[in-house]
Write a protein that binds this ligand. Structure first.
Ligand code: UD1
Length: 419
């Protein structure tokens, strides 16, 4: 198993491109199941989760042509297997995204039930309830969700709590349903909007994506398309914090500041100098003098839960005492005990943590527990004095494209050790 070794203290300097968004790529790949014409997707990040989704499509019968630079072409003429098996779903919960499209287009889907995961129980009841409201016959047994439907029917569906992949699953299913579907309290994330734009380019009739009410008028069939994935806002935020805590000066290209309006406002309050430099470019300078601030995670456009772990590192090396509250997932503080090993002063109090800024973090061996938690350990290692050795970095590879190469290019002292 690979580990990452970081010698902290180097100031990050230089320019790096931001990759396509993982959380936009996964639904876009699932959406290809809605048509038998070819779909071409570009700006696809090279990530373990994307490979898992491609494997899943492949075993459903998709023909895939992958070009490292140009993207991936998916030809779903030959879909003949409607089962998403345990080995794939258990490595990636987002596999559930194939359920809506497969059911809508082929009238059947059998998906291994996603189990619990490190950050909480993460149920899929809203995906199931929504599809049932659209007329699907769904049974649960032997660890599988089995769904059948002649043709899905439009329905009015209220989603509580707001769910990102739940909204995406039902949005995809509704494009081929008979009649109008209205999704209320829908997720407003940019990745949902990107999916809707892709579906519209395939002939879907969708209004209101990006607002809390999405209206979908079902059509008989969808056609092929070419679609470029939006930039990854979570990777962007992670690099902003990396620059800030190393007193760096970096330029991020191929990104989109509007997807990060609230976090950028918060980062500026901390004292990070962020300037937008033309189309998709962002300059980030850390000039010391950082001041910790209170943060609450919430659905978009609020502060994303996927940046909460990284924010704890920022607050840990900033002046003052702060409170960070996690409102989306019940058990998303697994990184706290690892950050404490590096000298962070953090105390968990229910679904909040109290962070007291320290003068410096000190390197130590730590273990990654989930995707965004691993990013926080890399950040902490960059700011810490001495060596930090991070194990279980396969979590990191699920969501960050070549993170150590990108950081190395910015002058970090970082290397991957393969066994
Ligand atoms: C997506 C993102 C993930 C991000 C999360 C929240 C993808 C592939 N993953 O995950 O990176 O951290 O949004 O922004 O896009 N819930 C239910 N019932 C359901 C579904 C969800 O109660 O059927 C609850 C969850 O337990 C959680 C909340 O709703 O408390 C939000 O979860 P959700 O938005 O569904 O997260 P994901 O879509 O799994």
């Amino acid at each position: 198993m690979d580990t990452i070794l970081i010698r902290g203290g180097a100031s990050l300097k230089g320019t790096i491109p931001i990759s396509g968004a993982k959380n936009a790529t996964l639904p876009a790949l699932a959406a290809t199941l809605l048509t038998s014409e070819k779909v071409h997707l570009s700006n696809i990040p090279h990530l373990a989760d994307v490979t898992t989704m491609l494997e899943l499509l492949g075993q459903h019968g998709a023909a895939l042509t992958v070009d490292e630079k140009l993207g991936v072409e998916i030809d779903n003429k030959g879909i003949n297997n409607f089962c998403a098996p345990y080995d794939l779903v258990s490595t990636m919960r987002a596999s559930i995204l194939v359920m809506g499209p497969m059911l809508a287009r082929y009238g059947q889907a059998e998906i291994s039930m996603p189990g619990g995961c490190a950050i909480g129980s993460r149920p899929v009841n809203l995906h199931i309830q929504g599809l049932r409201a659209m007329g699907a016959d769904i049974s649960l047994g032997d660890g599988y969700i089995r769904a059948k439907a002649k043709r899905l029917q439009g329905a009015k569906i209220y989603l509580e709590p707001v769910t990102v992949t739940g909204t995406e699953n039902l949005l995809m299913a509704a494009t081929l349903a008979d009649g109008v579907t209205i999704l209320e309290n829908a997720a407003r994330e940019p990745e949902v909007v990107d999916l809707a734009n892709m579906l519209i380019s395939m002939g879907a009739k969708i209004q209101g994506a990006g607002s809390s009410t999405i209206t979908i008028e079902g059509v008989e069939e969808l056609h092929g398309t070419k679609h470029s994935i939006i930039p990854d806002r979570i990777e962007t935020a992670t690099f902003i914090i990396a620059a800030a805590i190393t007193d760096g000066d970096i330029i991020l290209t191929n990104t989109q500041a509007e997807y990060l309006a609230v976090p950028i406002e918060n980062f500026r309050q901390v004292g990070i100098d962020i300037s937008l430099e033309g189309e998709g470019n962002m300059r980030v300078r850390g000039n010391g003098g950082l001041k910790a601030i209170d943060i609450q995670t919430s659905p978009y456009p609020g502060f994303p839960t996927d940046i909460q772990a990284q924010m704890l590192v920022l607050n840990s090396v900033s002046d003052g005492i702060s409170t960070v509250t996690e409102n989306i997932f019940e058990n998303r503080f697994m990184h706290v005990s690892e950050l404490q090993r590096l000298g962070a002063d953090i105390k968990i109090q229910g679904n909040s943590v109290r962070v007291r800024g320290v003068d410096k973090l000190i390197g130590a061996p730590v273990m990654a527990t989930d995707l965004r938690a691993s990013a926080s350990l890399v950040l902490a290692g960059l700011a810490a004095e001495g060596e930090t050795l991070i194990s279980r970095v396969y979590h990191l590879d699920r969501g960050y494209e070549r993170i150590e190469e990108k950081l190395l290019a910015l002058g970090a002292d970082i290397k991957r050790l393969s066994e």
